[in-house]
Design a protein around this ligand. Sequence first.
Ligand SMILES: C[S@@+](CC[C@H](N)C(=O)[O-])C[C@H]1O[C@@H](n2cnc3c(N)ncnc32)[C@H](O)[C@@H]1O
Length: 482
Amino acid sequence: MKREMDLMIDRDSMPVFTKKEFLLFRDFISKKSGIYFDEGMMSVLKTGLDARLLQKNLKDYYGYYNFLNSVVGEEEFKELLDHITINETKFFRHTEQFNVLREKVLPELFHKKMNNAKQIRIWSAGCSTGEEVYSVAMTVKDVLPLTEGWQIYILGTDVNKPSLKTAKEAVYGKRSLSLIDEEHLKRYFEPYDEDRYRVKENIRNMVKFSYSNLIDETYPGAIIGGWDIIFCRNVTIYFNIELTKKIIEKFYNNLVDDGYFFIGGSEILPSVNVKFSTVKEGGIFYYQKKRECETTKKKKKVFGGHRERKDNKIEKFDSEKYYKEALFLYEKGFLEESLRLLDKAKKYSEDASLYLMAANILFDEQKYDEAEKECLEGLKHDPLSYYIHFLLGTIHQKNNIPDEAIKEFRKSIYLEKEFVWAYLAMATVYIEDNQPELAMREINNAIWASEQVSKNNWVNINKNVLRDLTIKICKLLVAEKA
Ligand SMILES: C[S@@+](CC[C@H](N)C(=O)[O-])C[C@H]1O[C@@H](n2cnc3c(N)ncnc32)[C@H](O)[C@@H]1O
């Protein structure tokens, strides 16, 4: 809302706003923008109208109504919207949603797309002055520091033109920045003047802004294809229930299958749309587009499976028991026996850790091709296993395929950005490949990651992989000293 202007209005000099006039404007505005003023909001609407009456030198509300319906009415209506929309927003507002975006949604999306179209499309509908859009871009950068090779398309839209202008300028004061932590402030902002900051250019370049009214038939991106993630937070509070239903249905249709939808903290989706699946994570709810047939799809078996007994009865298969027994045999050095047991278990279970353990054993036996096969099979069951990607990278490194090794280590980091070993492994590949600067970068990343990981969370990696890695790093240090 253009508050400065509204504050300058001498209310006593303005005409009386009758109930009849209120209803006339309420219905007109609701039809054209979806924004619905209930009677409690009568004074908010009057303040906005008064500002426009003064600006246009008009004496009464009916005169202004006629003006809105004239040939220049469309442009004027946009001006009016600037006075009656509430654009309150902040960086990382509803922080938990950004945590989920950072920790779950984006890593999953990057992983899914990394082997085909490396394109991610995110839309913030009703973005106001841009804080939400830039927060999304910053979160993308948190997850994927190097975006080269990826097409990241982040769009912010709104009906409020001055808000869009502010968004493009990207200069913000204390109020907008009140939820930002020091690290993000340092990483993504630069001081602008005494008490304002500007979003850094690399983040500004990741986003686009444009005018779009959610009540319009076509939504942005309709031609190019669906959105992976849509944010529409604290916008539908303006709309009545019927319109909210319609708009949410359109969001649903504009998302790709499995696409995600985030709505404001106080807005409740299931009451207006039953098609979205609700995901509960990190203390919040968000929503996912799941096609109807998806819900009936066979559920992925992670732990256990079923096996047929001699008497044809089906019994539950306890893969964890087999895993533990195989691990015991492996640790005692009975590699063949352990492998045999794992093979047996794999017949009944799709548990990826069975494949991972087999791959580890084969790696120890220096049977790298067979270890690779186990890794690939394991990834079919759990594509998000960062440790399998890591082991696969190590195998490629052994086989002297540095590019493939780097790819796998990167995937591992996409999935677990504090996985220190993967950074160190990458550093060794770069050194072997005569790229000391890149190696140095990864060592710095490893230092950063080591500082993040809590003491209890160091992943215990295969001791032979660890030994190889240690030898390589020591050699590196010696070479550096020489
Ligand atoms: C309270 S702000 C929300 C900003 C941001 N999404 C957030 O949650 O921090 C609501 C925004 O919705 C916009 N808006 C209201 N009606 C709209 C419509 N019909 N189409 C597009 N944007 C609309 C307003 O202009 C305002 O900028």
